[in-house]
Design a protein around this ligand. Structure first.
Ligand SMILES: Nc1ncnc2c1ncn2[C@@H]1O[C@H](COP(=O)(O)OP(=O)(O)OP(=O)(O)O)[C@@H](O)[C@H]1O
Length: 361
């Protein structure tokens, strides 16, 4: 069968393998049958709403959380399974936390050297120098954490975690205490540093934009289960179920029915041509996922829609539009085309990846 997904990289060597893991707090199963793998040098994210199990999985990989089923291996060495829990300090896995967790009584340089205590001081100095340069903190090496900004403290935490050359770095919402602009800048900077050092990482976040910009692959979790592990493009354009479609990005489901050709769907916006045959009989009711970038203005013809809401975001404005039957769609339009609330616009669809889900009666 043809695949509409962009393929994941398959040639790289597997670093981390998480297989069918289950975690419980007393009798509560909070992570169930979760499997994924991380290749050497890849940067991944675990994304999902609060309480879906992201941190528990990260803690299981770090060695702070036991498994009740499944196993975790790093470079083919088993780290965890129900009767085995290798201690965190023996895993060669680094961690960066949301609250930085720096040692307040140690200078920036001494924080960075903390994990290198058993190495000769010349080696410690040379690693610290390189990392201080990399995170651009060479000029504050002798300051203490309370003398640094939040962004600087998080850079120190990153350098400290990188100092022992971990096989894998785990990042637990490391940017969430920073303001939006800094958060975006630092996350991209950290990505560049990890790529330069060829260190694999897993980021936990509930921020989709952050996960997409930071990661090669993203795992979307819901209710303790992995819904989809994929590249960001596929999560957005090829969600594997409604839960993923709902969580990822804006957009609306528009009711439709499968046409006589099973790659077409008849909707209020006309008959939409999909890029695949759908697995339902002609006439079957479906919901079509339309992302805001699937809706475009139509200079000739098109369907009339009324502006209900608008959210300005600089270069583009996200409009919520109501159709004659009362159904709603969202459209991301260039912000120089400024429409007023209640104004009528003519729209049509331009969707490459037309995703539909069967509509239950
Ligand atoms: N120590 C604990 N004891 C009992 N239940 C816990 C414990 N830690 C987490 N849980 C529960 O396990 C579930 C998963 O929690 P987890 O912290 O992994 O979620 P999360 O996706 O990281 O959430 P958030 O984004 O809010 O940090 C939640 O229902 C949570 O209440």
């Amino acid at each position: 069968m043809a695949s509409y997904h962009y393929a994941l990289t398959t040639k790289a060597r597997t670093l981390l393998q998480v297989q069918e893991i289950q975690c419980q707090y007393e009798s509560d199963i909070v992570v169930d049958k979760v499997s994924f793998h991380v290749n050497d040098g890849d940067i991944c994210s675990l994304l999902g709403p609060s309480g879906c199990g992201k941190t528990t999985i990260l803690r299981a990989i770090a060695g702070f959380q036991a498994l009740t089923h499944g196993n975790i291996t790093l470079r083919d060495h088993c780290l965890s399974q129900p009767n085995l829990l290798i201690a965190p300090e023996q895993r060669n896995i680094g961690m960066v936390f949301q609250d930085y967790a720096l040692f307040p009584h140690l200078s920036v340089k001494d924080n960075i050297c903390f994990g290198l205590r058993k190495q000769p001081s010349a080696q410690q100095n040379s690693i610290a120098k390189r990392l201080l340069d990399l995170v651009q903190l060479g000029n504050v090496a002798h300051r203490y954490p309370h003398e640094l900004s939040g962004g600087q403290q998080q850079r120190v935490a990153l350098a400290r975690a990188l100092a022992p050359s971990p096989d894998l770095l785990l990042l637990d919402e490391p940017f969430s205490n920073l303001d939006a602009e800094l958060r975006k800048r630092l996350s991209l900077e950290v990505r560049d540093i990890l790529k330069e050092l060829h260190i694999s990482a897993i980021l936990v976040t509930h921020d989709q934009q952050e996960a997409f910009a930071f990661s090669d692959q993203v795992g979307l979790l819901h209710g303790g289960q992995l819904q989809q592990w994929d590249i960001p493009f596929n999560l957005y354009h090829e969600p594997s179920n409604r839960t993923v479609a709902d969580f990822i990005g804006e957009g609306c489901f528009l009711p439709g029915v499968i046409g006589t050709e099973t790659n077409t769907i008849t909707t209020e916006l006309g008959t939409l041509m999909g890029n695949r045959p759908y697995p339902w009989l002609p006439g079957s009711p479906v919901d079509v996922l339309l992302r805001p970038d699937d809706i475009v203005l139509s200079d000739f013809g098109g369907i009339s829609a009324t502006v209900e809401k608008k959210v300005f975001s600089g270069s583009a404005t996200l409009y919520t539009l109501s159709l004659p039957t009362g159904s709603r769609v969202e459209a991301l339009l260039p912000s120089h085309r400024n429409y007023a609330i209640k104004e009528t616009v003519q729209i049509t669809t331009e969707a490459d990846h037309l995703i539909a889900f069967s509509r239950e009666a």
